[in-house]
Design a protein around this ligand. Structure first.
Ligand code: NA7
Length: 534
């Protein structure tokens, strides 16, 4: 066959999710030729794939969207405080079309190789369908929650009914009427699906391994008055988000557990329970995470709420986490979750009490017997953090494979770069965020764009993070991880993915640490970043 000439671009971006679109916008604005490769047939990433019933934000819509254009802010009206998936998908499509970005995107392009060419200082990126493109820079905006995780359960493939993973939900709505449905997993996803389908199904069985504290989302439509307030306050809202630790607008309580009497604590917790989404953490007692008594007090309050809402005492007790710790796992924020268990057609099975023995052709057999189903939904999470990047066949300098360099867990600088992989960036990667993801990602996307601009302006062709810089970021992670409220289990430690190293995958320093490290690099003229140049 005739040798096809490789395509060429300044920048290749992988992934048209929230950060890939942001990076594409910045690179196009800065005048680069850019090609974005996206495996799906549409834009949105997380908000393209996760079409499951009940899927929505638990960050406030307007704090999640882009802040790079006030015009966009003025034009787009979010309908709810926490928007549902279809609206977010529409928003991302609106952004792509408004800024004429679609023509840079190649859909149906799943990257399966990316190889650094030292001689040319270029990456060659290939897709499953045989497309190849060379570029000075390669940016993986592949997301931390993009690769579905299925558990190692005997017989999983034997089931003859319908099976779904929420992150591969079909475009055509699933008809649940008259169906016997199983949901495995009660993380943020499982607890959104249950209440969304409970009224429609014939029966619903929720299989819970670890109970989580699923507090109310407290969603509401955005009123005309609130809309007007948002439109009139773009600059102050942006400033507040830019200065925030986690990318939220919630106001810290400004008081400690010890400042209140027992009665005041009850009253305060009641107001926290009725506050929106993540305010349960960020606007709770200032010492909630580090004061064991405060934490236990909040957990006791939530346990009482569960006992109050759930009529069957045995079910209520199963739903209360036994570790009595907030936040041991990623807490979900939901509507009608505990209430759902009062419906006669909904059952909770604790896998701690009765583990799964096997999946059969007709259902799921646990230690207490077989239950038959028409539909099984595996809401069992993701190969978190590094999953997508490690599947892209990335090979850096001297033939170093990313899969080998990260064999014991990711080594990163700012959750953006890794040594040995020149001109390669991954905003939103492992060690990048621990809060409202787009607000972290925005810092990272801008850092990458500024660094590329700087290299171009100073005639550098090769950017590589210095060893000391990577080490300093990893040391920060190790030091602050000791204070992380997350236990060494769940997705943030890779503990849900068989064979994965159990290391911490978030950024425990929050946005302030990102800011601090970035400012240092910029102030030094990115000292050491161009040393590998011949
Ligand atoms: P999560 O939060 O990782 O939750 C996955 C759930 O699946 C969780 O309840 C797990 O229990 C359960 N799970 C995982 N493996 C198994 C096996 N083998 N058997 C039974 N149950 C299992 O993923 P989500 O999709 O809910 O949420 C992901 C993100 O969405 C979240 O972080 C937000 O950013 C939004 P476990 O806790 O491991 O005992």
């Amino acid at each position: 066959p005739a040798q096809r000439r490789d395509q060429q671009a300044d920048v290749v971006i992988v992934g048209a999710g929230i950060l890939g679109i942001n990076q594409l916008y910045r690179a196009v604005q800065a005048g680069y030729s850019v090609r974005l490769l996206e495996q799906a047939e549409g834009v949105g990433g997380t908000w393209y794939w996760n079409r499951y019933p009940g899927c929505r934000f638990d960050s406030e819509s307007y704090t999640y969207g882009y802040l790079f254009s006030e015009e966009l802010w003025q034009e787009w009206d979010w309908s709810e405080e926490f928007a549902p998936q279809p609206e977010t998908e529409r928003y991302l499509n609106y952004v792509v079309d408004k800024f004429d970005l679609r023509r840079h995107i190649r859909f149906g392009s799943k990257v399966n190789s990316a190889v650094w060419d030292e001689e040319a200082s270029e990456w060659t990126t290939g897709t499953e369908d045989g497309f190849q493109i060379r570029s000075r820079y390669l940016i993986a905006a592949t997301g931390v929650l993009s690769v579905p995780q299925y558990p190692d359960v005997p017989g999983r493939e034997d089931f003859r009914g319908q099976t779904y993973h929420p992150v591969r939900w079909p475009k055509e709505p699933v008809d649940f009427r008259g169906k016997r449905v199983a949901v495995i997993g009660t993380g943020s996803t499982g607890v959104q699906i249950g209440p969304a389908i409970a009224d429609e199904v014939e029966s619903l069985v929720m299989y819970q391994r670890s109970a989580t504290w699923a507090t109310p989302l407290n969603n509401h439509p955005i009123s005309a008055e609130q809309q007007a307030h948002l439109k009139a306050n773009f600059a102050p809202i942006k400033a507040e988000l830019d200065a925030s630790v986690g990318g939220f607008l919630h106001k810290p309580a400004g008081k400690k557990w010890t400042d209140d009497t027992p009665e005041q604590r009850q009253e305060f917790f009641e107001s926290v329970w009725n506050s929106p989404g993540f305010a349960k953490i960020s606007a709770n007692y200032d010492d909630l995470i580090f004061n064991k008594e405060a934490n236990a007090g909040w957990c006791a309050f939530m346990a009482d709420k569960i006992r109050e809402i759930v009529k069957d005492p045995a079910t209520a007790e199963k739903l209360i986490p036994t570790d009595h710790l907030y936040v041991g796992l990623r807490p979900p924020y939901v509507t009608g979750y505990y209430e759902m268990y009062n419906k006669p057609n909904v059952e909770l099975v604790s896998l701690r009490e009765t583990p799964i023995v096997k999946v059969t052709e007709t259902g799921i057999e646990t230690a207490d017997g077989l239950r038959e189903f028409d539909i099984i939904i595996w809401a069992t999470g993701f190969d978190f953090g590094s999953g997508a990047m490690l599947r892209m066949g990335i090979t850096g300098a001297d033939g170093l494979r990313l899969a080998d360099y990260w064999a014991d867990g990711p080594l990163t600088y700012l959750g953006i770069m890794t040594r040995g992989f020149p001109n390669f960036f991954f905003p939103g990667g492992p060690h990048g965020a621990a809060g409202n993801n787009p607000r972290y990602g925005e810092l990272q996307v801008c850092f990458v764009q500024d660094l590329i601009d700087y290299a171009g302006a100073h005639a550098h062709r090769r950017i590589e993070v210095p060893k000391e810089a990577e080490q300093a970021w990893m040391d920060m992670i190790a030091q602050l991880e000791a204070y992380s409220p997350f236990q060494k289990r769940g997705q943030y430690y890779g503990a849900n993915t068989p064979g994965k190293p159990k290391v911490y995958l978030l950024n425990p320093g929050g946005r302030p640490k990102l800011d601090e490290f970035m400012a240092k690099a910029v102030a030094s003229g990115y000292q050491g970043f161009f040393e590998g140049e011949k």
